[in-house]
Write a protein that binds this ligand. Structure first.
Ligand code: ZN
Length: 242
């Protein structure tokens, strides 16, 4: 089976549509979304509608849950909070109900998916250091666990409970006898210095992971964000991919 894995769209419909076009040419069997469909960007309803139409699995992220009151938003930075508040005002009830019913982690066929971490999927922690990775090791029940949340694509390979290798390859074959955490990056707000959208093609037969980068019309998104008075910091960061 070939899976398209996408995460952190953040109300960016231009990025989402470009990624879907790229997915369409890649002959995938299923599309799974790992959370944060809303927050930051200008098109929450359009993104929700498209998401519900095209995906086979939808997880919730911290922004999704904050908008529907399922997780507190007080720890959000002021920019994220402003975007969450604005989204709460414009998002249709049908989409709020949908988001309120999402899970933060799941099994999809043979592999694990979560928005934040395998260890505590509902606590929205990050895996940024070796210690973060090692702390998650006891919770890895499957060969591969896919996550989003940090907006930074990476493959973490565990040699054992203590030793890891970190890879940033475009494409990599995974070893069936090792454990992996793969961060699939972000569609709508990349933060690895590359402003292009990121999605992952996972081929379960080859056991391979491929990061696909896709350009989209950033200026069009920024224009709409200005129109809706969304924070300048959020508008600017899209160009830099930070
Ligand atoms: Zn996010």
């Amino acid at each position: 089976m070939r899976y398209a894995l996408i995460s952190d769209i953040h109300s960016n419909i231009e990025a989402f549509n470009s990624v879907l076009e790229s997915i369409r040419t890649s002959n995938v069997d299923k599309i799974a979304f790992l959370g944060d469909i809303i927050g930051y960007g200008p098109n929450p309803n359009e993104c929700m509608e498209k998401l519900r139409e095209v995906t086979d699995l939808v997880l919730g992220g911290n922004h999704d849950w904050a908008v529907v009151g399922k997780t507190p938003a007080d720890y959000f930075n002021p920019y994220a909070k402003a975007a969450v508040d604005w989204t709460g005002e414009v998002l249709l009830d049908t989409h709020k109900k949908f988001l309120a019913q999402t899970e933060a982690s799941s099994l999809l066929d043979g592999f694990f998916v979560a928005h934040s971490t395998p260890r505590y999927p509902e606590e929205w922690m990050y895996i940024m250091t070796k210690k973060d990775a090692v702390d998650n090791y006891p919770f890895l029940e499957r060969n591969v666990s896919f996550i989003g949340h940090s907006h930074q694509p990476v493959i973490i390979e565990f040699e054992n409970a203590q030793d890891i290798n970190v890879y940033r390859e475009d494409k990599m074959a995974l070893d069936h006898d090792k454990k992996y955490i793969v961060n699939i990056g972000s569609v709508g707000q990349p933060r690895d210095g590359d402003p292009r959208s990121c999605w992952v093609l996972f081929d379960s037969l080859e056991n391979s992971v491929e990061f696909v980068r896709v350009s989209y019309n950033i200026e069009a998104v920024q224009e709409k964000m200005r129109e809706f008075n969304l924070p300048k910091y959020l508008i600017d960061r899209l160009i830099y991919g930070r």
